[in-house]
Design a protein around this ligand. Structure first.
Ligand code: 13P
Length: 333
């Protein structure tokens, strides 16, 4: 199994001057879509998932199947990452399940969804870093508040990251990677017009990167929200509002400014949903959902492969010698 830590893959990306997409998955055929795309383009890749967001009733079952699926891709360097862990206990569960990387999102209080104080964010992040690093697992923290909805239930307002706080946060927690709020939002509704520097603060990336050179920067909310996919979804019963995401060229540019991890979920899910809705509409007599899910998987895989070329990770698995990560908690499975 080529399971790698986030630190290892992102260090390689920085040395090679490219970015690595972290693609959100909520079902097993989506894991296959991402790993197939990585294999086809010879890319290292980050597969990430949010606790409670999968199609499975049990996180532990989904996570175990996810890790077993990675076993089938020995040639692909893969990080299995928990996205937006809401509290330390959820991060511990993912680490115990065998994840090689976790994000602790101490930016928002998990109960009230209000911003947490800087010191409370540091305290919970430090608890996770201590537990994770003892086990060889990487940690991503978050500073500022990325807008939009992570779980579909809430809608956070944007609070931009502060470079001074970023330096202090990293010094006090020792995180491997830091999600920095630069004006992006999660989900299918982001900008009301094509974003410019008044809403998408690319300059902040460079400023923060200069302050924390040993820590990787993560761009969340990076989906581009392709209009043609929204049109297919809406032509088949959807009602997604018009919205603009992060242009592909800005994502590519972010990797020259200091970003090494690019989080993208909505673009993949729009590709999947558009193909699935179109397939279901074209086969009114079909009852088996598998062919529609298969159409979704293929469309998602193609989308992810395209993005891997844009981010620069395509072709980089070839010169990659992963130090295979084996979580003591995860063995034997
Ligand atoms: P999008 O919602 O823009 O795809 O971003 C995903 C993300 O940042 C997950 O953490």
């Amino acid at each position: 199994m080529a399971l790698c830590t986030l630190r290892e893959v992102l260090d390689h990306a920085r040395a090679g001057g490219y970015g690595v997409g972290a693609f959100n998955v909520t079902d097993i055929e989506q894991v296959e879509a991402v790993l197939d795309a990585a294999r086809r383009t010879a890319s290292p890749v980050i597969v990430q998932t949010i606790a409670g967001a999968s199609a499975f009733a049990s996180d532990e079952l989904f996570w175990d199947l996810l890790l077993r699926t990675v076993d089938h891709y020995e040639d692909v360097p893969v990080v299995v990452h928990l996205d937006h862990g809401p509290d330390a206990e959820t991060c511990f569960r993912a680490i115990d399940a065998g994840f090689s990387s976790v994000m602790i999102d101490g930016s928002l209080d998990p109960e009230t969804h209000q911003p947490m104080s800087f010191d409370d964010n540091i305290a919970v992040t430090l608890r996770v870093v201590e537990y994770a690093h003892e086990r060889g697992v990487s940690v991503e923290g978050e500073l500022g508040t990325i807008g939009g909805s992570k779980d579909g239930a809430t809608h956070a307002e944007i609070v931009l990251a502060d470079p001074d706080e970023a330096a202090e946060f990293v010094a006090r927690t020792g995180v491997d990677a830091l999600a920095v709020a630069i004006g992006t939002s999660h989900g299918a509704y982001k900008f009301t017009s094509p974003p410019d520097s008044t809403v998408l603060h690319m300059d902040l990336i460079e400023e923060i990167a200069g302050r924390i050179p040993g820590t990787h920067l993560v761009m969340h909310g990076s989906s581009s929200l392709p209009a043609h996919l929204r049109e297919i979804i809406n032509a088949h019963g959807g009602a997604l509002p018009e919205s603009w995401g992060v242009p592909e060229e800005e994502k590519a540019r972010s990797t020259t400014l200091g970003v090494t991890k690019i989080n993208q979920g909505m673009d993949s899910h729009m590709a999947y949903a558009a193909a699935m809705r179109a397939h279901l509409a074209s086969t009114p007599l079909a009852a088996d959902p598998a062919p529609a899910a298969s159409a979704g998987r293929t469309a998602m895989s193609d989308m992810v492969a395209e993005r891997m070329v844009v981010f620069g990770q395509a072709g980089k698995a070839a010169d990659y010698t992963p130090v295979v990560f084996r979580s003591p908690a995860a063995l034997p499975r």
